[in-house]
Design a protein around this ligand. Structure first.
Ligand code: AMP
Length: 215
């Protein structure tokens, strides 16, 4: 199944997709994680993307599309995927349709009000070693500052700093929210109240995917 996890920054896309991909035997493809890895390794793409990311701006479509096209051509993506953080513009959604393994069967629209997003993003900590995500109030690590999964030292993403967060929410409203109408017109949206705890949201999304898989 080809699933898109959609929602503003902080809605829980990575957490939900990370919990579901093993059960569905499809790769979790998070464009933000891929880009951060390019930045970490200092690749040509990483060098070109870094300033946009730190400012909370979108990386230009042509760079993203080249990266996603290559990823979806890999063998593990031929029978479905969980896309997280892509598409973020209508042009990206249209380009996804034209990719050989592309298109979407369902778009999970995680709904969370802005006040809650701000609270979540300011308390978010991530493990740069294994990608695990924590939240100070609702999903703290067992030992403060240390990853439960791999023992890595938790950090705040540079784009979770207050000014970058405000910019990312503005970019979401202006450039990414229109993607909802694109998928709404195609009857692919499944909206979920993303304010409940991760366990409840994971269960609801899992049940929705199971129902769609049978349909
Ligand atoms: P994320 O981890 O999904 O919040 O992405 C972090 C940053 O990577 C974003 O703020 C953008 O700068 C960039 N990025 C990730 N995915 C995309 C995309 N599909 N299109 C443009 N920029 C992206």
């Amino acid at each position: 199944m080809r699933v898109i996890m959609f929602g503003p920054p902080g809605a829980g896309k990575g957490t939900i997709a990370g919990a579901l991909n093993e059960r569905w035997h499809v790769p979790h493809i998070a464009t933000g994680d891929m880009l951060r890895e390019h930045v970490r390794q200092g690749t040509d793409l990483g060098l070109r993307a870094q300033a946009y990311m730190e400012a909370g701006e979108l990386v230009p479509d042509e760079l993203i599309l080249e990266m996603v096209r290559a990823r979806l051509a890999e063998p593990d993506a031929q029978h479905g995927f969980l896309l997280d953080g892509f598409p973020r513009t209508v042009a990206q959604a249209e380009a996804l349709e034209r990719m050989p393994a592309g298109g979407a069967d369902v778009v999970i629209d995680l709904r969370v009000p802005e006040s809650e997003l701000l609270r979540r993003l300011s308390g978010r900590r991530v493990c740069p070693e294994c990608g695990a995500i924590y939240q100070a109030d609702t999903m703290p690590p067992r030992r403060p500052g240390v990853c439960d999964r791999c023992g890595g030292k938790l950090v705040q993403r540079s784009d979770d700093a207050p000014q970058a967060v405000r910019n990312r929410l503005e970019v979401y409203r202006a450039q990414t929210a229109p993607v909802l109408a694109y998928y709404g017109e195609r009857g692919l949206l499944y909206s979920v109240d993303g304010t409940r705890g991760a366990v409840a949201v994971i269960a609801e999304v899992g049940a929705a995917l199971t129902a769609r898989g049978r349909a």
